[in-house]
Each structure stands twice: as C-alpha cells, then as structure tokens.
Design a protein around this ligand. Sequence first.
Ligand code: SF4
Length: 1015
Amino acid sequence: MYSGAGNAQLTAKRSERQPAVPRCSGRYKTTNLSLWPDLNPGSMVQHGAKGGAKIVGSNGSNGNGVKIDLSANPADEIKTTTCYMCACRCGIKVYLKDGKVRYIEGNRDHPVNKGILCGKGSAGIMQHYSPARLQAPLLRVGPRGSGEFKEISWEEALGLATRWLGDVRHKDPKKLAFFTGRDQSQALTGWFAQQFGTPNFAAHGGFCSVNMAAAGLYTFGGSFWEFGDPDWDLTKYFVLFGVAEDHASNPIKAGLGKLKGRGAKVVSVNPIRTGYQAIADEWIGVKPGTDGMFVGGLIHELLRTEKIDVGYLVRYTNAPWLVINSPGDADDGLFARDEAGKPLCFDKKTNQLADATQADVVPALAGEFTLPDGRKARPSFQPIAERFLSPSYSPEAAEKACGVPADTIRRIAAEIAEVAFEQEITLDVAWTDWAGRRHDKMIGRPVSMHAMRGISAHSNGFQTCRMIHMLQILIGSIDCPGGFRYKPPYPRPTPPHNKPAGKHGTVKPNTPLNGAPLGFVTGPEDLLLSPENGPERIDKAYSWDAPIAAHGLMHMVITNAAMGDPYPVDVLFMYMANMSWNSTMNVPGVLKHLTAKDENTGEYKIPKIIYSDAYYSEMVPYADLILPDTTYLERWDCISILDRPVSDPDGPADSIRQPVVEPDRDVRPFQTVLIDLGARLRLPGFVNDDGSPKYPGGYSDYIVNHERGPGVGPLAGFRGNNGDQYGKGAPNPNQLDEYIKNGCFYMHHLKPEQRYFKHANKDYLEWAKEVGFIGSADPIIFQLYVEPLQKFRLAARGHGEIQPPDSHRKRIEAFFDPIPFWYAPFEGAVLDTDEFPMYAVTQRPMHMYHSWGSQNAWLRQITAQNRLYVHRGRAEALGVKDDDWVWIHGAMGRVKAQVRLMDGVNPDTVWTWNAIGKRSGAWGLDNDAPEATHGFLLNHLISELLPERAGGYRFSNSDPITGQAAWYDLRIRIERALEREEQQTSPRFEPLKSPLKREVAEVSTFGVEFRGNNS
Ligand code: SF4
C-alpha cells in the first residue's frame, strides 16, 4: 500500500541524486516571480539589490525609512489571452515590458481557471523564448534525418508546398495524408482536408483518448473532460479512474480542492498513487487494463443488492427497449420497432407493446414478450442484468482479474449506493422535462466519476469506458445535481449524426469531399471500404480493422504509408506531432519507415513530408519542408464551439488567443499558413468567385468571417451586426475586439432551470437547438445497449450485403458486443506473461505537457530525467536497489533506465514520466543534456502492430473497435544492469544536427533586463 513516507523520501532523493540538471545562475534564482513585490501589490517581501529577500515596513518603507512604491506597474501593458502550456486553455494575463513578456498571471474572470495559474502556465515565458524555436522556413538538403537544411523564403516554401499539394489534388487527393497533433484548430484543419478532398485526415485523438470520447458519445451523448465535468460543488463521492493528470489540470485541481474542503470522499482507481491519487481518501491500486473488472464487480453488487435507479432507467435510457431474441436471424439482437421505426417496449399499463419513446408508458424492464410476427423479444435491461449478475462479474471474479479484494469491491459498491440513494440532493429549482412535465425540484445522486487515458489507452478501453458510463447511469448520476454534468454544446445525439465522408468513388481529383472526414458510423453501411473490402483510408479508420475510429489512427499513418498498406501516399503533411519520437510507437521502426527508399527508384517511400512546428523537435529532421509556426503568444487562435470549446456545465464558453507580442523570427502562424495554402490551391471556400483569397487577413479574418452554416461561425459570442447575438448571427467585424474587451472569452450563462438533466430538459434542448448545438429538441436517450455494435456483429455472422472478410469475422463478433464487457488487454493475451510478467505505463508529469514542457528551461529545473518507478517490495525480490540501472525488456527489445523505488504503485506495475527522454541534438538542448543521456522512452518497446495472425496479417496495436492506440498494454520484465555497464540510457540514437543558428546561452538570465526602478 501507499506510504506517505515513501513519497517524501522519493522527493528528497530526487533532488540529491539527479544528474547534472540545466544550470541557472544566482541571479536567475532571484527572479522567482512569486517573490516580486511589484507583481503582488501589498506584498511584504522585497528583493535586496543583490538578490535575496528581506522584510519591508508595512508602510511601504524598506526598513531604512526609504519609501518604495508598492503599486508600481511592472508592465507597460497587460494583455489577456489563453494559455497553451497544456490543453486546459486557462485564461491568462500577460505582462509586457519593453515589448517583451515579463510575467504571466491567471485571469480571475475566466471560467476555466478563475485566476489559477499552474507551474506550466507561468513557465510559458520560457516556452516563448525557447532556444529551440525555429527561425525560418527550411528545405532539407541532406538525407532525411541528417538535420541538414537550408533556409528559404516563405514565398519559396509556400510555392513548393502549393506545387506538391496541387499535384496530389489534381491526380488523387487521397494521396495527401494530413494529420495534426495536439493543436486546437481542428474545425479549420478538418475543413481544409474536406475542401482539399482527402479523407486521410485526423488529429491526435486516435493516440490520445478516442476510446473515452467514442464510448461516451455512443452511450450518453457526452464524455469526460471537454464534454463534461463532475459536479464539483455538490458531489459527495468521487471516483477517479486511471491516469488523469494528462488532461484537465487546473480545473481538476480546483475541483478536488472543493471536494477535499468539504469532506467528500475521493476514491482513486489507479495502479499508481501519485498526483491526484496521492490526495485521495482511498487508493485502489488495480493492475493496468483491469479497471473494467473492478467496475463490473461494482455493477454486479449494485444489481445484486437492487441499488439502482429504476425510475431513471425508465425515463432516460433504452433499458426498456425490446431486443429481438431470434438467434440466426438477420435482426437478432436489434431493437424491435414499429412501422414508423420507433423502438418498442412492453407497456405494463396496457399489457401491450407500445412505442418506447412515449412519455406515458410504464415499460417492463424484464421478461420476454411476443412480437406481432410471433418472435420473442426482451427489454435490453434483461440481458444486461443477466451478464453482470453472472458469476463472471462477481467480486471474487473481479478480484482474480484486477487484484482488488472482493470485500473492498463490495464495500465500495455499498458506499456508492449509500451516497447515491440515502444522501440524495434536492435543489429547489423547478424544471420542465422533454415531454412538458413540470417538476418542482431537481433531485440528484451525488456520486460522480472521471476517467481519461488510464482507461482509454488500452485495447479494451472502449468497452471499459462503456462500463463506467453504465455504472453512472444505473445509479442515475448523469447530469443530475452532484453527478456528472455535461458541458454545452453537449449532450449530442447518441451517437452524433455526422458520418465520415470519403466512401470509395466519392474521392475525385480537384473535388472537395462530400462531408467532413471524421464522423460516427452506425453500421457497416457507413464504413469507408475499398472494392476489395479493405481500408479506404491510409490509417485504416472506418474499415473492418477499426470500424468506429471516430478520431482516426494517427499512430499508424507513417507505418502504413511506408509499407504501402493499403496504398502509398505522395505527401504526408503534419502539424505539431512529434511522430518520430515521443508521439509514436516503435521509434526505431518508424525512423526506418521515414527514411526507407524504394529499391527500384531510390526515392523515399513517403516521397514528400511537409511539417509545421514551432520548435526543433525530433520530427523536424525527418521532414523535407518545414513551415515554422509561432509560439502561442504570437498568434490568433480560436477555441471554438465547432471544435473543443472551454465550456462550463453552467454554460457554453469559447475563447481566443490574441498575439501579445510580434514574432522576432521569420515564422508564421500555422493556421494562417493553412488558409494561405487553401487560397493558393484555390480550394472552394478559401477563395472568392474571382479567385482572390477569401480571408486575406489570415486566421483572424477567418475566425470572424467564416460561416460553417448560416450565421454559425467559429465563435459563438458577440455575433450579429451589433454584437448582441449568441450562437447564430451575422459575422460581426468587431467580434475579436469584443472578445479582447471581455478577457478573450465569452461565456453564455444558462438559466438555473436549464442547468441539469440537459439530455431531457425542454428549456435546455429547445435553446440548444435554437443556437445550433443540436438539430432537434428531442430527448437524448442513453444507450445502455448500443445497437450499432450489434449491426457489426450481425455482419460478422454473415448477414447483410456488407460483411467483414473471413479473417476479420471472429474479431468483430468477439468485440462488438452491444453490452459492455471486459477482456484482457491484447499484449498480455498474446505474450508469454511468464516471460513478461509486469505491466509498464507512463504518466505525464503535472508540470509538463508532452515534449513541449520537457524542453522548457524553467520546467527542466524540476525534472530533467525520468526514472523507472518500481515497487519497493518487488524490487527487493528482483535484487534491484534505488538508483540502480535496469534493462526493461519487452517483446520488441530493451531500454535501459535508472530506478527509483516507491511504495505507492501496484507491485506488478512499473511506470515512468512521459516524454522527458529526448534525442541528442533536438530541442536546442546540449547533446549531453540529461534528457538525452539519462531520460528514456518506453515508446521504443511498444509495437504499433500486433503479432502476425494466421495468413500473415498484422492488426494495429489498438482497440479493435475505435482504433485507439493501446499504449498502456505494454508488458515487460526488468533485469538489473551489470555494474560495468555505462550508467546512461540505451538505446541512444545518433545526435541530430541542428539547423538552429541561435547562440544558446549557457545560463538563463531571463529577468535581468527588466530590473530597473522596479527591482
Ligand atoms: S492548467 Fe494548462 S492551460 Fe491552465 S495554466 Fe496550467 S498549463 Fe496553462
């Protein structure tokens, strides 16, 4: 179990024993911003002239009677914008002095952070002044990977990109693979791909958390994180599943603070007890990838003890809908429907079949009923209850799989039930449901849950996440007071109605796609398949390999393109995705693919690679043409309702970034470059009828004037000629000024009666339809039983015109179960677990966000080397001591790392911080930076492909339903390195040559230049 002492010791030792960390001068240390009196009016702390702090008189004197102006303005100007040091998108105020960024603070008015600024956010200054920033467009002149480039002008760069892209569009648009990383402009990038005409587009969701998004959207029309939050103000019992620090940083910290402040119980289910888990009241240290069995055990107990909210199931879910029980038939397992297509239930009031969507039915949740054609059907709740009441999900069975004692599972289930049903919350807020029925109060079950990548990054993540949602729904805690709350524009229909475009035959030269490349399939007829029944997309999304790949499979693009499977591409165009290093599986293999040449022609197998990044990341040297991006403080951005906005459960919100400083390099914002390329390529929508650019002002012009539908644009606030319309309205030329005046965001506050039960709340649904969030005000019905999955199963059983190839039938049949279930993560299932007995996972450090943060001069002071964290007892058994170097063996090879022992980790699990390890020569760091010599990546051990099956085919190492990268399935063993071996990480790759011409200072003296009268 966790020991606080163990962690304290861990902290102390880390600072003692780290390798040489980036150096900072004494002066540098005195620039600790929290000590600056002039930034903290009224502070009692003042730096002496030579650094160090001394106490000043409360009257503002320095103790020697000399008056000091405690209110001196530290800045010439303060500008609001939005942080981009992680994906939370907090509001910030940037203090500018002499045209430079001096200080960043949180914006107290902002709905996301309410003034809180985390360490990453403060360190945005070093991100902005990073020595790794690219300086100008680059054209590769040496071999790929050599880092040999020449600087070219933007005109040359854009001309070349236009030629390459234009050729592809003219011949076969799908030969452009356009994939972006963790950018925040997918509404624009997706639209570019659509207008270009390629289906081969996605952002990073496929290797991030698409399992969470898809499971939520197919089940209840929302999801954790961006689409919803726990009701931090009213929750009394909070269950946090898996690694979650990587998303929702400040908001979760603030929320947890509220829970702890009023004594709500926090339970963390996670193999590792760090970060948020460390303040949990109870830590459940499951084995990675077995959370589903823990949840299954809870569901079993709740059903067994009849602690479920039957009224909620009847009102809001498809639990009463009748499922045809006719094995062998083409509609077995589908919902029985009437002639109008309405699902049927058995109405106990009339003892007849009835339209299940009617408000006045009293439907049965169990039993077997006869359909008009004589066949039998059961309410979907019946097979659900049967499954989870079976011995397969008993607490004892769960204990066997996840290692959590059966008694603990029973106790947690009882606690959840007690809080949900004995401590219900009543708000004196009257509301009207979808059927027009008036309710005096809002009644809530104050149990909430949250999960992110810890659940998502497994090959069983979709079904596991579905089980968590089933648990929430069974106790009636979706969008009720104290439960999980949607953030508008969610909820949306289950699933949303947009289908992926790009069916075979619809992709044509010089022609836009007939829809957006990404969407939600509801049956085999929506798949994107080649005439040979193979994948139509380069990443194999929406094929039989990954039918519900709602975010694509970015992690497969390079491998597939280089192998020509399903076909080669001409141009790979990527943005902000470090795909040759920490964002890829199988780093050595991917580097080979990036440099592989055709034996006959001698040309690279991926002929042209265009890449945009702000920094000299490990990906840059493997591209041919570099379009250098700005930092987040130098550009316009739009965190759009059309994309992934910054809403609050009490109201939708969106925000912008404004350039607070001008670039001092020859760089341009990627979004403006993309709009420029669209105009040069004469893509519809990017040009006027006369061929002139439609948005000559770049991204800010687009943000204001682009309309996706009549009156609907990227920003929802301040629309209309007078800026007084919300959601829909004509473009407002002053919109950006209005946002800036408002702190660079706009939040619409829902009325109290609209704030809960949004899925069935008439006032909310009608308003959401009016502003364009949803197409109809019909209630959103939770899908405990997901019929689209059964349609795939039926196809696998030989029904329908579109069926999987024989090689895929068993897989589809096994995993596309409409009722969630747990199965062992694939790597553990296919490997010899005696040889690889341990699990290995990564977490993102709270103070860093991917590789951006781990190159940041201030944040590197905190962590410049990642360790392999091993359970103390297990290490002893293996003869491994603190600080030892060990080999981590996986099926693909081995990696050397230095060990740190701890108590708060599942004994069968090792873990490390993600993306600290860097390649020598990248990121403007010294070749012998600790990140390169001592930091390591587990990525080298994670295969992007599963082992060969009969016939030689290799599926991607992903969830078989959504294609989500299964990063956390990794199995390993560790072995102490020999004394004589070098105490450095391995493998190490050739140092990259750097095209950066800037002198990199040995010692950062940031802040010295600002010391004048104010210091
Ligand atoms: S939580 Fe993320 S967005 Fe917010 S201040 Fe920190 S780094 Fe910036």
